[in-house]
Design a protein around this ligand. Structure first.
Ligand code: ITT
Length: 203
């Protein structure tokens, strides 16, 4: 007997996130929202959770399928918790990862290691349909610190400057599997998956 995997639209245009989420959700058939020509929606919320809901609802509405969204970012204590929800656009709308990293390192220039603590935060939202009044919401946090120079080739975004104390390296020096086992996204996914197990029957 062949069993088909449940389909979920992935409400993201970020290739790095898509790769990590696909590895974390092998039991689901994840369809990137680009396959439905879902245009990116303006992230007008002021919190991760608001933006994740906006993105999931938008993708579910256009695709008419259940949708999962990830809103995430880097929170730096010495920068009064910036860039947080503005992480992707820290150096301006459409900024590259390298430009965002350059701005971050310049803002932290001269800040000693002991004051460079930071964390990644991720909110995942699953909406069974666009008008779902009870979206599944999960979150995860990964603590670390900001390095003075980029290191490593893997991952995406701020990974090259995110120091991982437990492994004495940057997040960009970790394999996808190890990063997923430690990261904000991996933790949020584990929480979401517990809920998904029961929710799948209602998709
Ligand atoms: P979508 O909204 O299309 O998913 P996005 O990149 O705009 O893509 P966000 O608004 O959630 O997504 O911004 C997340 C940013 O935070 C991302 O662009 C990175 O700069 C950073 N970020 C999040 N998770 C990260 C991770 O695991 N490693 C490195 N940087 C990360």
């Amino acid at each position: 007997m062949t069993q088909t995997k449940p389909s979920l639209v992935l409400a993201s245009g970020n290739a790095g996130k898509i790769k990590e989420l696909q590895a974390l959700l092998p039991d689901y058939f994840l369809i990137p929202q680009t396959q439905f020509d879902v245009p990116e929606i303006a992230e007008t919320g002021t919190t991760f959770v608001e933006n994740a809901i906006l993105k999931a609802r938008h993708a579910a509405k256009i695709s008419k399928l259940p949708a999962i969204a990830d809103d995430s970012g880097l929170v730096v204590a010495a920068l009064n918790d910036a860039p947080a929800i503005y992480s992707a656009r820290y150096a301006g709308q459409g900024a590259s990862d390298a430009e965002n990293i350059a701005k971050l390192l310049s803002e932290l220039d001269g800040v000693p290691v002991a004051q460079r603590n930071a964390y990644f935060f991720c909110v995942l939202v699953l909406m069974r349909h666009a008008d779902d009044p009870c979206p599944i919401i999960a979150q995860g946090r990964w603590d670390g610190y900001i390095l003075e120079q980029p290191r490593g080739e893997y991952g995406f975004g701020y990974d090259p400057v995110f120091g991982v104390s437990t492994h004495q390296c940057s997040a960009a020096e970790l394999s996808l599997e190890i990063k997923n086992s430690l990261s904000h996204r991996g933790k949020a996914l584990a929480q979401l998956q517990r809920e998904l197990l029961s929710a799948t029957e209602n998709l």
